[in-house]
Design a protein around this ligand. Structure first.
Ligand code: AMP
Ligand code: ZN
Length: 114
């Protein structure tokens, strides 16, 4: 998608600290970390979570969670755990239209819900 920062990171057009990649998913450190470990996990394919999610894309969500599990082990938080957050749309403060999960961890996180 032209102009999408995350598409540019995936294509290597702008620098980022990539920590994990496979055929379907890329993960890199967030430029403005909100926890000791803050990694953004994205599908290689540009999908806007507001209006482009359909049954045909269901597999990307398991791909992302399987990647998160591997990243957690790699980052040595596989036992301590982590939080996954996805912001969808204006009320959630979504800034970048490319579907992305925030993986947060490396410290005790304040509870948001539950
Ligand atoms: P969201 O508010 O859920 O759309 O989150 C967008 C996230 O992307 C924010 O946490 C930003 O800090 C992060 N971000 C923006 N530009 C970059 C970049 N060039 N490299 C890494 N993370 C970025
Ligand atoms: Zn994109």
């Amino acid at each position: 998608m032209t102009g999408c920062i995350f598409c540019k990171i995936i294509q290597g057009q702008i620098p980022s600290e990539i920590v994990y990649e496979d055929d379907n998913v890329v993960a890199f450190r967030d430029i403005n970390p909100q926890a000791r470990i803050h990694i953004v996990i994205v599908p290689r394919k540009h999908i806007n979570p507001m209006n482009e999610i359909n049954e045909g894309q269901a597999k990307i969500f398991s791909d992302i969670f399987l990647a998160a599990k591997k990243i957690a082990v790699q980052q040595k938080i596989g036992q301590r755990g982590f939080r996954m957050i996805v912001n969808v749309g204006p009320d959630a403060g979504q800034e970048i239209e490319h579907l992305h999960f925030h993986l947060l961890g490396g410290e005790k996180l304040g509870k948001l819900v539950g």
